[in-house]
Design a protein around this ligand. Structure first.
Ligand code: ATP
Ligand code: MG
Ligand code: FE
Length: 346
């Protein structure tokens, strides 16, 4: 069975094609992404109107490229899956409308699915079927969550989340303070390579004895970096960008991995999946590898291309939902910008 996946929740227009095999495995056939990230760069963050407009322009060409890449025609599609939420309302609407049109025209089932569950399901394309239960650390520009997955097609529970900024958002804000370009993750990761991660002791948010054990906070960290940079500048010193980047990155990776490993250990869960754009971070993956090995936890991190927003992750999730025999979505499905993480299928 061939599943088409459409993603348009933020600034990436993604169309993916996946084959769902009888043995429960999913195979990546095509993964085409058009990003409007450059159009947002000068604003330092995603501008919703620009994103919607870009999705509208990119949807048909991206779809065409996906079918060309897979050597398939549209009549080969057995089901269409689309991100129904969470995300930007206008952006989601473009993908949902396209998916409805394709599903109706091809007379195949439509599955409106959860973007966050897609970030986890995508791992099956690279590492094979997800063992359940597993724990997922989802770290992206808009989300930072610890999720318990008992069934990727239906049973996902939030164990903790950020109480303020997402991890990726913190990267983007700190990059701005350091005069590094948007999005901030890649340039900070690169700058940190030449820095000392222990040069500055930045705070680890939400790690006090009375704090929720699996929640996160990154806004205090961002403020601490801002203060540190300002005071260095106030003294007329040149800001040691590499040291600041490395020390900030260490604080983020330390808290994320410590809490994820502790949550898995306490729940007796043997597998941790780390996904979302920030999973591409070199220090986060190195530290996760180290700490998971110590704790005897299997670590799965999809390759960076699969970690950031794409259509293949939605196709992979659609394949699991369809295989589980769930009832397809109605053709009057609407996008839900605030779709909760425990609603996998709309
Ligand atoms: P969401 O999935 O929450 O709706 P999104 O589209 O912004 O939001 P992604 O595309 O998954 O999320 O990830 C983008 C984020 O990942 C950006 O904040 C970016 O700075 C961050 N990022 C990318 N590469 C790295 C890296 N190497 N290190 C740290 N952060 C990174
Ligand atoms: Mg993005
Ligand atoms: Fe995402």
């Amino acid at each position: 069975r061939i599943i088409m996946g459409i993603e348009s929740s933020c600034d990436e227009t993604g169309v993916g094609l996946v084959a769902a095999h009888d043995d429960g495995t999913v195979e990546l056939l095509a993964d085409e992404v058009a990003s409007s990230v450059e159009q947002h760069a000068r604003f330092g963050g995603v501008v919703p109107e620009i994103a919607s407009r870009a999705h509208l322009e990119a949807m048909v060409p991206t779809t065409r490229r996906a079918f060309d890449a897979a050597g398939l025609s549209m009549s080969d599609v057995d089901a269409v899956a689309v991100t129904a939420g969470p995300g930007l309302a206008g952006a989601l609407l473009v993908g949902v409308s396209a998916a409805k049109a394709y599903a109706a025209a091809l007379d195949v089932p439509l599955y409106g699915v959860n973007h966050l569950a897609g970030h986890i399901a995508v791992d099956a394309l690279q590492h094979g079927p997800l063992p359940t239960p597993c724990l997922a650390l989802l770290v992206s520009g808009g989300h930072t969550q610890l999720l318990r997955v008992d069934d990727i097609a239906g049973a996902i529970t939030e164990i903790g989340s950020t109480v303020d900024d997402a991890a990726g958002e913190a990267y983007d804000k700190v990059a701005r303070l350091l005069d590094l370009p948007y999005p901030g993750g890649p340039p900070i990761d690169k700058a940190a390579r030449d820095g000392d991660p222990h040069a500055i002791a930045f705070p680890r948010g939400m790690t006090g004895p009375r704090d929720a054990p699996f929640d996160f906070s990154f806004s205090g960290l961002k403020t601490a970096v801002a203060r540190w940079v300002e005071s260095a500048q106030g003294r007329g010193e040149q800001v040691p960008v590499a040291d600041v980047a490395a020390s900030f990155q260490e604080a983020v990776a330390d808290v994320l991995t410590a809490k994820a490993v502790r949550a898995a250990t306490e729940a007796g869960i043997g597998t941790l999946v780390v996904s979302g754009g920030v999973a591409a971070n070199s220090r986060l993956s190195a530290l996760a590898r180290e700490r998971c090995a110590e704790a005897g936890i299997e670590l799965r991190i999809p390759r960076p291309r699969l970690c950031t927003d794409n259509g293949a992750m939605i196709a992979a999730l659609g394949a699991h939902v369809a295989a589980a025999g769930h009832k397809p979505s109605s053709l009057d499905l609407s996008a839900n910008p605030g779709l909760p993480v425990d609603t996998v299928l709309v």
